[in-house]
Ligand binder design. Structure first.
Ligand SMILES: [Zn+2]
Ligand SMILES: [Zn+2]
Length: 347
């Protein structure tokens, strides 16, 4: 079928290689997509760095990458919903369609979930094959770099939807891309007041650009006092925990009013310690874990917010590279002191 350029995790160890590999073949229910724009995720850094999580999940050689936008160029014989020329963004979670979760409207937490770019060939390439089920047809005229961000942004749409932020005071803890998307989504979905917390001043600047009313340094010893004061002396209605840091999780809980809602999205690298009695139970607070994007409620809602101009993630895109400049892109993300939000690659 020919060859293509791709970023390959060739061997079990740190790093990656730009290689020429075979263009993927498609199955009867798949589509072949020509990648137009693809963004780098924290997960890709785990794979690049070859940490314990990557070692437990990845079998080499693997083309990785899972956030992208592209054009359908070939469809399998069973595919009726998509045609060559369609512009799509892609749900990276491939559900089995048969398990308890899948058959109860919860494909995003499928028991047999396979992830594009983790368990099967990904999108840091000129072409990628995916199940037609996972391809989301984007609205006409959508900028490719925005469409490439729908997968990660959909997580934040999910977080904000579950939190029901309309008319509420909301604090976002952690202003990496997930927290920045959540800030934009909370604004778009009618948060009454929006506070962003991070220890990195560049990220706080981006949070401002995404609509935060106030930004607060996470290292401020009076962080909780300030949030409580800002929200009328009661504490915030909703805390969105997007960092996974032990300290941020505790601060997020303690900044909540009694009866407030805590949504956990950031994944801690190890088990965390909580004063469940005082910080949750005795204050009647609600805790909720969110993963992935509901298929496809969150995609529908996200597309509407983008089309209506209520949500614009472009301030978060700080760097653009060619796919062949992958190493340079990784170096930029890893560099300290650089204002770095999302990095988009163009094959
Ligand atoms: Zn991702
Ligand atoms: Zn399933």
């Amino acid at each position: 079928m020919g060859t293509m350029l791709a970023v390959v995790k060739a061997l079990p160890g740190p790093g990656a290689k730009i290689s020429t590999v075979e263009t993927p073949a498609i199955g009867p229910a798949d589509v072949l997509i020509k990648v137009i724009a693809t963004s780098i995720c924290g997960t890709d850094l785990h794979i690049y760095n070859w940490d314990a999580w990557a070692q437990s999940q990845i079998r080499t050689p693997l083309v990785f990458g899972h956030e992208f936008h592209g054009e359908v160029v070939e469809v399998g014989r069973e595919v009726a919903t998509l045609h060559p020329g369609d512009r799509v963004s892609v749900e990276s979670h491939v559900p089995c369609g048969r398990c308890h979760q899948c058959t109860h409207g919860m494909m995003h937490i499928c028991d047999e979930l396979k992830i594009i770019g983790v368990h099967r060939a990904g999108c840091f390439a000129q072409y990628v094959a995916v199940p037609a089920l996972c391809a989301w047809k984007v609205s006409p005229g959508m900028p490719p770099e925005v469409a490439s961000l729908m997968e990660p942004m959909g997580n934040s749409v999910h977080v904000v939807s579950e939190a029901q932020v309309s008319g509420k005071t909301v604090a976002v803890f952690g202003c990496g891309p997930a927290g920045l998307f959540a800030t934009g989504c909370a604004r778009a979905k009618g948060a009454a007041a929006l506070y962003a917390v991070d220890i990195n001043r560049h990220r706080l600047e981006l949070a401002k650009a995404m609509g935060a009313d106030e930004v607060i340094n996470g290292a401020d010893p009076d962080l909780i006092g300030r949030l409580v004061k800002l929200s009328g002396g009661y504490g915030v209605d909703v805390a969105l925990e997007m960092s996974g840091s032990q300290k941020a999780i505790v601060n997020a809980l303690r900044s909540l009013k009694k009866g407030g809602t805590f949504v956990a999205f950031g994944i801690p690298s190890r088990p965390i310690e909580l004063d469940l009695a005082n910080d949750v139970i005795l204050n009647g607070r609600r805790m909720l874990g969110v993963v992935g994007r509901r298929m496809f409620e969150d995609w529908v809602e996200m597309q509407r917010l983008l089309d209506g101009g209520k949500l614009d993630p472009r301030p978060i895109i700080t760097h653009r590279f060619k796919l062949a400049e992958f190493e340079q892109a990784i170096a930029t993300i890893r560099q300290d002191g650089v204002k770095c939000g999302k990095v988009v690659l163009f094959p």
